[in-house]
Ligand binder design. Structure first.
Ligand code: ZN
Length: 336
């Protein structure tokens, strides 16, 4: 199976939370959360097109300055999505700097910030470098309910969890996966090349079978013909990110809905089960909760993170507790 994105934790599990989702093609990346991003190279950060921020506690947002500063010199926009009040907080952050050196000759960089209320995007603001980052209100995109972002190839689903304040959890879902049988392609006398991307796109968009796909040589081919022979369509990749959630039933149910059958599941494991009173007091999940939810959701790969510093002297205990619970009923791994 060829993944759309390669996700990984930005930091070790005791440091600021965050996942970097690197696209296999297209020199592009997405971030879930924007805490300390010192571990990411300049090149990696410049690939980031979208950041989805769970909430604005400092360990989830402190990396904004570095990313924003790097982007000042690029023409492609940066889009940030966060919980209610987020666009205003981003504006305040920007207003904390002086921009007298920017004018209409500056690089045409644009920052977009949007509020997501757990169901829909409710507010959007744009900040253009050429306007010294004066706020411009914009109309937020109108996606389906529960979707914080949507493109041809994937969507970002999101729910608001309770962390004393709303904390957004995210799932990147590839719309559909289209793979090419190279051998069959050769038998059909068709060369590989960029035209296949157009063909895959047509499949993802649900174009009819008689839709003609341009080929480099010849008169093109009907999509149905290509689909029936040289393309293999499979369910797409799902990457789920859950952090900062109180350990109660309502959150548990919401996380299960989001994480069902995820390929890669990143979930906080802040305290040991024996310290549950601390988890309750600070609105965080225990490692036991993390493993329990992962098992119930039937995920393939579990990555626990956001460990409390109180366990630094025994760094593996949280991971061990989460996996002990996860593996209670672990299924055979699906073959790739
Ligand atoms: Zn946190």
């Amino acid at each position: 199976m060829s993944w759309l994105v390669q996700p990984r934790l930005v930091n070790d599990p005791f440091s600021d939370p965050g996942v970097y989702l690197d696209f296999r093609f297209g020199r592009r990346a997405i971030l879930f959360d924007l805490g300390d991003v010192g571990a990411l190279s300049t090149r990696e950060l410049l690939r980031v097109s979208h950041v989805f921020v769970s909430h604005t506690h400092v360990d989830h947002m402190a990396g904004f300055d570095r990313l924003f500063r790097l982007c000042l010199h690029r023409p492609t926009p940066l889009t940030l999505v966060g919980p209610p009040g987020f666009a205003a907080q981003v504006e305040h952050r920007i207003r904390g700097f002086t921009w007298n050196l920017l004018d209409e000759n500056s690089v045409g960089f644009c920052l977009r910030a949007m509020d997501y209320d757990g169901t829909v995007l409710t507010r959007a603001a744009e900040f253009h470098a050429r306007e010294a980052f004066a706020r411009r209100d914009a109309v937020p995109p109108d996606f389906a309910k529960g979707v914080a972002w949507s493109e041809d190839e994937f969507r970002i689903e999101s729910v608001a969890l309770d962390h004393g304040i709303p904390s957004l959890a995210f799932a990147l879902r590839e719309v559909i996966q289209v793979n090419v049988w190279r051998g069959v392609l050769a038998e059909m006398d068709l060369p590989p090349g960029p035209w296949l991307n157009e063909a895959k796109r047509a499949v993802r968009l649900g174009m009819p079978d008689d839709h003609r796909v341009e080929t480099p040589c010849g008169t093109g081919i009907e999509l149905g013909d290509l689909k029936g022979r040289a393309l293999r369509v499979a369910p797409g990749q799902a990457v789920v990110y859950v952090t900062d959630a109180a350990p109660h039933r309502e959150n548990h149910e919401k996380i299960l809905m989001l994480a069902r059958n995820a390929d890669q599941f990143f979930i906080e494991a802040v305290f040991l089960e024996r310290d549950r009173p601390l988890a309750l007091a600070s609105h965080h999940l225990t490692a036991w909760d993390a493993g329990d939810i992962a098992r119930e959701a039937g995920v393939r790969h579990l990555t626990p993170f956001h460990h409390s510093a109180r366990y630094l002297s025994e760094p593996d205990v949280l991971r061990e507790e989460a996996f002990a619970r996860f593996r209670t009923y672990e299924r055979e791994p699906l073959s790739a």
